[in-house]
Design a protein around this ligand. Structure first.
Ligand SMILES: Cc1ncc(COP(=O)(O)O)c(C=O)c1O
Length: 412
């Protein structure tokens, strides 16, 4: 194989991204300057250790970049300490667990089907080999976190760590209530805001730094940055967190991603970013309303964030079939479990969509209106291949109006 083959495949992927709508709720388009930083020569460097305390020579510039990233993210969230080295959200969560828990300790976290994440001690996670996990769920009637149920489970299970946050929970989370439960039961509180970090920066979601012992997030979702994770905590935990990241769970840091994170944090502090997040939420609300008007069921009957979870519970289809149908029309989404799902992870009863990417591209209300027609058609007629292919023409036309990188460069 010639290296050109991969470069050509990258071009093919660029074309695919330009011609399709990415409604995967965990993805976004970073600013071109971030992409540049993140594919730059700084990735040639090994820099094990931290600013001013490296195990390699020649890290003067790396130190400056990581120092800027740390200062900016601390200011952005009002946190005492930050570690910007985690390669991913999963590794950030693992490092927090390894920093405070001993094998056999207990974790209370949100059930996967109710919106939690595998890295929260789910049985499929490596953490499940070390720790015992109990999950809390949501209220069957409204799909929202039942804080009294969390409290009761915490009293009974006596966890050392409670995790708040998830990957398909569409509503805001009351971290203060979690803090109260942790104070009552003596547990540490980890708030995982992988999805909502950008909303927190924009002041449109409660800031967990006011309540949590540890906050983790990813930089590639609502933060609109490079792939990666971040841990925020109080100064009193700084040493143990830094040790748990390096050398505890990772080796050399990804300097190019940290350079991208520094730019991402700079952008996230601007009024322009705040306006972007406001539009993300507005678009999510508009899309929820339009889908409901077309008879589509939405878990929790709406959204406070960029995440919309469609329930297919009372239809004769499943998330896998609808995901495939939408892809035929040029719309990317992902099949997802819903609370109390009777299906399986491969054929769940939900579809998760989100408005981060389409808002980055500047989609208008009219465009969202058209998307709502296509999504509701796919939910009702997932087997109509011709109908979906016909609708792809509409999607391609909308995408052409909103290129990802030609104009978007300067946008956000
Ligand atoms: C709540 C939550 N935590 C952690 C992660 C893991 O992030 P990563 O894929 O970077 O490991 C995700 C990813 O979607 C997430 O939604």
């Amino acid at each position: 194989m010639r290296p050109d083959k991969i470069l050509n495949l990258l071009k093919e992927e660029e074309k695919r991204q330009e011609e399709t709508v990415n409604m995967v709720a965990s993805e976004n388009y970073p600013d071109m300057r971030i992409l540049k930083a993140y594919s730059s020569i700084i990735s040639n460097r090994y820099s094990e250790g931290y600013v001013g305390k490296r195990y390699y020579a020649g890290t003067k510039v790396v130190d400056k970049i990581e120092g800027i990233a740390v200062d900016k993210v601390k200011r952005l969230f009002g946190s005492e300490h930050a570690n910007v080295q985690p390669h991913s959200g999963t590794q950030a969560n693992m490092a927090v667990m390894m920093s405070i828990l001993k094998p056999g300790d207990r974790i209370l976290s949100m059930d996967l089907a109710c919106g939690g994440h595998i890295s929260h001690g789910n049985r499929l996670s490596i953490a499940a080999n070390l720790f015992k996990t109990m999950h809390y769920g949501v209220d069957k009637k409204n799909g929202r976190i039942d804080y009294e149920d969390v409290r009761k489970k915490a009293i009974k299970f006596k966890p050392s760590l409670i995790i708040a946050g998830g990957s398909s929970y569409p509503r805001g989370i009351d971290f203060k209530k979690f803090r109260d439960i942790c104070d009552e039961t003596g547990a540490y509180l980890l708030c995982d805001i992988a999805h909502t970090a950008g909303l927190v920066c924009a002041g449109l979601h409660q800031n967990p730094c006011d309540f949590a012992d540890f906050v983790t997030f990813t930089t590639h979702k609502s933060m609109k940055g490079p792939r990666g994770g971040v841990i925020l905590c109080k100064d009193k935990y700084a040493k143990q967190i830094d040790r748990a990241v390096f050398p505890g769970t990772q080796g050399g840091s990804l300097n190019s991603n940290i350079a991208g994170k520094a730019i991402c944090f700079e952008i996230a502090a601007t009024g322009r970013f705040k306006r972007y997040i406001k539009r993300v939420i507005q678009n999510s609300r508009i899309l929820c309303r339009l889908l409901k008007e077309r008879g589509v069921n939405i878990v929790t009957n709406g959204s406070d964030t960029h995440i919309i979870l469609i329930s297919l519970e009372n239809t004769n289809t499943n998330g896998h079939a609808v995901q495939e149908a939408l892809e035929k029309a040029g719309i990317m989404s992902n099949k997802n479990l819903i609370p109390f799902d009777k299906g399986s992870p491969k054929k769940p009863s939900g579809i998760r969509i989100g408005t981060l990417g389409l808002t980055s591209r500047g989609f208008t209300k009219k465009d969202i209106h058209r998307l709502s027609e296509i999504i509701s058609y796919a939910v009702k007629n997932p087997e109509d291949e011709d109908g979906m292919i016909k609708r792809k023409k509409i999607v391609t036309k909308i995408c052409k109006k909103h290129p990802i990188y030609k104009r978007n460069n300067k946008k956000c």
